[in-house]
Design a protein around this ligand. Structure first.
Ligand SMILES: *[C@@H]1O[C@H](CO)[C@@H](O)[C@H](O)[C@H]1NC(C)=O
Ligand SMILES: *[C@@H]1O[C@H](CO)[C@@H](O)[C@H](O)[C@H]1NC(C)=O
Ligand SMILES: *[C@@H]1O[C@H](CO)[C@@H](O)[C@H](O)[C@H]1NC(C)=O
Length: 437
């Protein structure tokens, strides 16, 4: 029942969404912060410091290693890119040693590879790293500078300001970006600085002025950090879930898959839960050295296609079992849905038994595609009891489709062929008896 209601809310807020035509599905790409922070020591750490070379390297990897084709098109600069002083005309300028050829050159380099360039600013007197912020009197100048440089997205942080300043500044920047005439995706950190929840945060207003917004704490390279974010977002899903729609997204922060802390199961869990949340997929990792295991999680076509579903309805947590198993669901276009079975246990793979009927599905027969094993499973009746084996801190993720008639059957074949090509195969066995997957 909830999905019909959510559908209505999603459409009603989408009608008022920020009208820059951008980010009708969650944006995807790469963002420097979590992995490279404010490393400005190019003398001693030239390979990892915040410099034009780092962003050119990532642009090369995105365009040459199969990322761009999957939708990872943004190359985003975060804090610590600028000089400590504005130029003589009061404009922001990059650090001359670390960005010797300037931002327009970098934008050209990125655009030549079919990618987009994002930059970072701060609605306040200083950025979080202590670089020049965008005060109210500098909003139009900075918007115009970014447009002149060929910037495609702006993340506007909120350090060194207060709530009344932010209440004026974030909508003003939205207007100023629009006035440049250049479509620039707009990421607002505003709600994260106001506790992330109504009544302090007005998500109706955010949907009208921003394409995405950070609601909560920065992600760190740890599983605890990922879990803190997941718990906060789903504990508050009644307030957050209706805010998402095409062009306007909640942002639980970057993917840390490919960094130092997550196991393979935890990497799949982050990818699965971010896709249930219809979250932006900004990786913050080193694409020059990423492992093939991490790459295969981030490049999994089925989970990306769920994340990018055109309806743009954010999913919800359905169940929190005493056993430590949690179940999440997201409604998708054409009557499909995604289910995630997530284990918070730390002992051994847990055998969880349920049925689609128990999870609220209508009577019928369903096709099931297992996202991470990339296999089609036997057809499932709503009433059939099945058992999934879920690894500790891991997930099982399903794409589910009603197998009601021949036309829909053909659609499903198309979906799975598109996703996994020649590896696709069909299990012939019909199931009525309890099923182990
Ligand atoms: C500016 O806003 C108007 C009206 O909301 C919209 O039609 C237009 O496409 C926007 N332009 C840009 C560059 O965002
Ligand atoms: C908020 O910040 C602005 C600019 O620094 C300042 O003028 C104003 O007094 C501050 N307001 C409050 C309530 O602290
Ligand atoms: C939230 O913002 C919307 C759009 O600007 C406005 O119509 C509404 O009154 C605001 N809600 C509250 C509680 O301030």
């Amino acid at each position: 029942m909830w999905s019909a209601c959510v559908l209505f809310l999603a459409f009603s807020s989408a009608a008022l969404a920020l009208d820059n035509g951008l980010m009708r599905t969650p944006p995807m790409g790469w963002l420097a912060w979590e992995r490279f922070r404010c490393d400005i020591d190019c003398q001693n750490d030239p390979y990892n410091c915040i410099s034009e070379q780092l962003f050119m390297d990532m642009a090369d990897r995105l365009s040459e290693d199969g990322w761009k084709e999957l939708g990872y098109v943004y190359v985003n600069i975060d804090d610590c890119w600028s000089s400590k002083d504005r130029d003589a005309q009061g404009r922001l300028q990059p650090d001359p040693k670390r960005f010797p050829r300037g931002i327009p050159h970098l934008a050209q380099y990125v655009h030549d590879r079919g990618l987009k360039l994002g930059i970072y600013g701060d609605m306040g007197t200083l950025t979080c790293g202590g670089y020049p912020g965008t005060t109210l009197d500098k909003i139009e100048t900075d918007a115009q500078t970014f447009a002149d440089w060929g910037i495609d997205m702006l993340k506007l942080d909120g350090c060194y300001s207060n709530s009344s300043y932010q209440e004026q500044g974030y909508p003003m920047m939205s207007k100023a970006l629009n006035a440049t005439g250049r479509p620039i995706g707009y990421s607002c950190s505003w709600p994260a600085y106001q506790g992330g929840l109504p009544p302090k945060v007005n998500y109706t207003l955010l949907g009208q002025i921003c394409n995405l917004w950070r609601n909560y704490d920065d992600i760190q390279d740890s599983w605890d950090s990922v879990m803190g974010i997941v718990d906060w977002f789903f504990d508050n899903q009644d307030a957050l879930q209706p805010a998402a729609a095409p062009g306007q997204w909640n942002d639980p922060d970057m993917l840390i898959i490919g960094d130092f802390s997550l196991s393979l199961d935890q990497s799949r869990a982050q990818m699965a839960l971010w896709s249930i949340m219809a979250a932006p997929l900004f990786m913050s990792n080193d694409l020059r050295t990423i492992s093939s295991a991490a790459r295969s999680v981030l490049q999994n076509k089925a989970v990306i296609s769920i994340n990018q579903d055109p309806l743009g309805i954010q999913g919800r947590r359905l169940l929190k079992e005493k056993s430590g198993i949690q179940v999440f669901q997201r409604p998708l276009s054409k009557g499909a849905s995604a289910l995630v079975f997530f284990s918070r246990r730390s002992d051994m793979p847990y055998r969880y038994t349920t049925s689609l009927k128990t999870l609220g599905y209508q009577p019928g027969v369903f096709e099931v595609f297992d996202v991470f094993s990339e296999q089609r499973l036997p057809e499932l009746k709503d009433s059939t009891q099945f058992t999934v084996s879920i690894n500790p801190s891991g997930v099982v993720m399903w794409y589910i489709y009603p197998a009601a008639d021949r036309w829909k059957e053909a659609e499903f074949e198309g979906f799975s062929k598109k996703l996994i090509g020649p590896k696709f195969h069909r299990h012939a066995n019909e199931v009525d008896a309890p099923l182990v997957l």
